[in-house]
Design a protein around this ligand. Sequence first.
Ligand code: FA5
Length: 343
Amino acid sequence: MSADLSDLESAGAARIGGAATLEELRAVEAEVLGKRSALADMTQRLRELDGDERRKRGQEINEIRARLQAAADARRTEVEEAERSARLGAEGMDLTEVLPGHGRGHLHLVTQTQAELEDVFLGMGFLVAEGPEVESDWNNFEALNMPPAHPARGMWDTLYVRLNEPESTMLRTHTSPVQIRVMQSQPPPIYIVAPGRCYRRDTPDARHLPTFHQIEGLVVDHGITFGDLAGTIETFTTAYFGPAIHSRLRPSYFPFTEPSAEFEVTCAVCKGEGCRTCSQTGWIELGGCGMVDPNVFTAVGIDPEEWTGFAFGFGIDRCAQVRHGIPDMRVLTENDIRFLEQF
Ligand code: FA5
């Protein structure tokens, strides 16, 4: 019987190994391991044997069945993989295909705007820096002169991440934490811009999105003045918006700059007349700016007696809105092809 069993196993293994499709393998499995297989027949015939002999043969048959089942399982994985590769090859899409009348697609307006803004500042001698979107309380608030419970934290409706201590980790509410990261990682002089995504619990409206983009600027050097800040903003607006858009600085408050200002440009939708987009004011706020507060320098270990600097943070989506006269910013996230194709 041992010789029979060994023949049966090698024949079964050969049949399994030769199955080329899943369907074939199913049929072979039934034939080799199923209820009507020779193996099942031998199991039935165990009854004819007695005592020890029956136990010994029974064990042999079980071992052979287990080995053949393992071979069938392994073959199934191989055949499935081969069938999947063949199917993918046959169904493969040509993503480079260009249908008549359709372009190849292009960068989203916000991405284009970010690249253009980076170019303007690169042309002025700035470098581009980056920081993470998930930030620590220290970088997003505390080092920016806002200790815990500082009332100015309320200026930014914050989305927290459930990580570490409660409310210690958040989705950054602005790109200003990149200022902190840069000042901690390199000594002055510093001339950087940091574009990136920000998050706030803001209700979407014509000028607000809960997820939006800012571009931060930071300059730290000897003898930097508010005049340098105003000149930089003026150069940037003329380069990016052209001469038709007017800009103005108005006194404001940010805990990390002193003095601080808000930076506004004429509403491109109504040309300054007043409309729904600009809440009838004729002006749209682009961002905030000011001279780096000495407390921020102290927090990152830069001597405020030696160095001075300015910082600014503008909305990238707002820049796109103003430049292209987009009445409602929400279209930027709707992915309506009729809108996207215009840019
Ligand atoms: C700030 O975020 C400061 N960090 C800016 C700053 C940087 C001041 C450096 C001083 C020095 P504010 O919250 O005002 O400031 O936002 C700046 C700009 O980001 C706004 O003027 C607007 O253009 C854009 N912005 C803010 N919230 C939204 C929003 N929900 N949707 C779209 N754009 C927004």
